[in-house]
Write a protein that binds this ligand. Structure first.
Ligand SMILES: Cc1cc2nc3c(=O)[nH]c(=O)nc-3n(C[C@H](O)[C@H](O)[C@H](O)COP(=O)(O)OP(=O)(O)OC[C@H]3O[C@@H](n4cnc5c(N)ncnc54)[C@H](O)[C@@H]3O)c2cc1C
Length: 481
């Protein structure tokens, strides 16, 4: 029997397991070639050393998997709107498969390709894969998208409880099923070019934080992180440990979920499996708390899908009139972890050195930049995108707008005090002392209050501002809008 040729386009789903569009494509034909395009006009990957590293390592593993199965992962560089139709025609593809995106740039790009191929004899099949529930399947009683997390979660949970991800037909889709593929690619030029594009991409990768970055690239590592999160009991202790940055208490799966080296269904499926097998109340609370975090991811993705304008600015338009001070020297001190306020500097140093930052610290430094230094949150959003290995438009924008109070969160003005946050979440200053070794000999109580004498500070800077007076100033500027 003659198999129809398929081109499978990888984007944020860099895996062979439990990949919706891939499962569908394989059901149709074994004559399948996959492709990844380095699209430098996509604004959110190629400006970050940590993400370029994560991407390259994940692609390396993916390519090996495809070659073992008898086919290949082709690499191209340039505009997908031109390259996808070009390669599809070159290999005589009858179908192109991909998983649907939620970001405005990606949606527009895909629509253009669909329009261009409309009159050709190539059919495009795209499926939802990146989310647990599709954005069009969840809405308020008046049929509008949710803009507040609480009610969103209630509806989301009710819907998701009806699905059974640990028992779905494709749950058992494992790598060994990706085999006996038929790749009749005869165009040697395409293959030679593909190799040189990938080699050129990896040649420039110089992310110095790869050893200490807690997120690990590739499908195998993602699976290990998830299994370890469960077997080491981190999941059942999550509620009590997740807020302490000195504790290894979270999953570190954010980059894996961002790049799709693991499916969100697999992560959720593990929570429901565990839910069935435990009666302990604290464990059940922890499982639900982690599910709520996965739901925050889902919420922000849905929000961006329904309100693409979030990418460009505040959800609450009055914030366009806010008089930001944007003091460049303060912003640079915040960015480099030199504000003289220990919890801020420890967090920013963690980000700069490892490409990742603990969630509690992300909230503290974001509040500090916006509400103490009075800098526009979009500067912080950009800085995070430059460094975060899990940098994701929807989650990052959502996190910053939440911290800036410009987003969908109904609470009008949340201000974090860096000193009380330290007292609550790093009371022994282990996290601070790890990232700021020059403070290792200072009393914890002085680190917490910030009352460190000049002689003790040595090379560590004086505080850039005083929290109380800046907070008053911020509130008066806020009153103006
Ligand atoms: C200002 C700010 C910026 C952020 N930027 C990003 C970003 O660019 N990319 C990103 O993935 N997360 C972002 N977050 C959310 C959160 O900090 C990270 O997802 C989390 O720290 C990742 O660690 P983990 O994988 O160990 O998470 P866990 O605690 O194990 O949580 C499991 C998963 O749930 C999701 N998740 C958890 N919390 C959130 C949240 N608040 N919003 C959205 N998803 C969440 C992530 O996919 C995470 O991997 C941001 C938060 C803030 C406050």
């Amino acid at each position: 029997m003659e198999y129809p040729r398929i081109l499978f386009w990888y984007r944020k789903d860099l895996r062979v397991n439990d990949n919706k569009a891939l499962i569908k494509a394989l059901a149709l034909s074994k004559a399948i070639t996959s492709i990844y395009i380095f699209d430098e006009t996509y604004p959110y990957d190629f400006n970050s050393k940590s993400r370029a590293w994560f991407l390259s390592e994940s692609l390396k593993e993916l390519n090996e998997n495809w070659e073992k199965a008898g086919s290949r992962l082709l690499f191209q560089k340039g505009s997908p709107t031109h390259l996808i139709p070009f390669v599809a025609k070159k290999i005589n593809a009858k179908y192109i498969f991909w998983n649907k995106p939620i970001e405005p740039y990606e949606i527009e790009r895909d629509e253009k390709i669909k329009a261009d191929l409309k009159t050709s004899n190539i059919e495009i099949i795209d499926l939802w894969d990146h989310l647990l529930i599709n954005p069009s399947e969840i809405s308020t009683g008046s049929n509008t998208p949710y803009t507040v997390y609480g009610p969103f979660f209630k509806k989301f949970k009710a819907k998701i409880d009806k699905l059974n991800f640990d028992n779905e037909e494709d749950k058992d889709f494992r790598f060994e099923k990706l085999k006996d593929l038929k790749d009749e690619l005869i165009d040697n030029q395409l293959i030679t070019k593909s190799k040189s594009i990938f080699n050129e991409f990896i040649k420039d990768i110089n992310f110095s934080g790869k050893v200490i970055c807690p997120c690990k690239p590739g499908e195998n590592s993602a699976e290990e992180l998830l299994n370890n999160f469960i077997s080491s009991q981190k999941l059942i202790n999550y509620a009590s440990q997740r807020d302490f940055p000195s504790i290894n208490g979270t999953s570190y799966l954010s980059a894996s979920l961002r790049f799709g080296t693991i499916s969100i269904r697999k992560a959720w499926g593990k929570t429901t499996q565990l839910n069935h097998s435990t009666r302990n109340e604290n464990s059940l609370l922890s499982i639900e708390t982690w599910q709520k975090e996965l739901a925050w991811r889902e919420f922000y993705q849905h929000c961006l899908y329904h309100f693409p304008e979030l990418e460009k600015g505040p959800y609450r338009k009055k914030w366009n009139n806010f008089q930001w001070h944007n003091n460049n020297e303060w912003f640079i001190r915040w960015s480099s972890g030199d504000t003289g306020i220990p919890i801020i500097d420890a967090s920013m140093r963690q980000l700069n050195q490892s490409g990742w930052m603990h969630n509690r610290c992300r909230m503290i430094v974001a509040s500090f930049l916006v509400k103490d230094l009075i800098c526009n949150w979009q500067l912080g959003e950009q800085k995070f995108m430059e460094h975060l290995v899990d940098g994701d438009l929807a989650a990052n924008n959502g996190g910053w707008q939440w911290s800036a109070s410009s987003g969908m969160d109904p609470k009008p003005l949340r201000i974090f005090n860096p000193h009380t946050q330290t007292q609550k979440f790093d009371p022994l200053c282990n996290y601070i002392k790890y990232w700021i070794p020059e403070l290792s000999k200072i009393n914890n109580s002085d680190i917490i209050t910030g009352d460190i004498s000049k002689s003790e500070r040595k090379n560590y800077p004086d505080p850039v501002i005083q929290h109380n007076s800046q907070q008053r100033l911020f509130k008066s500027l806020y009153a103006d809008i």
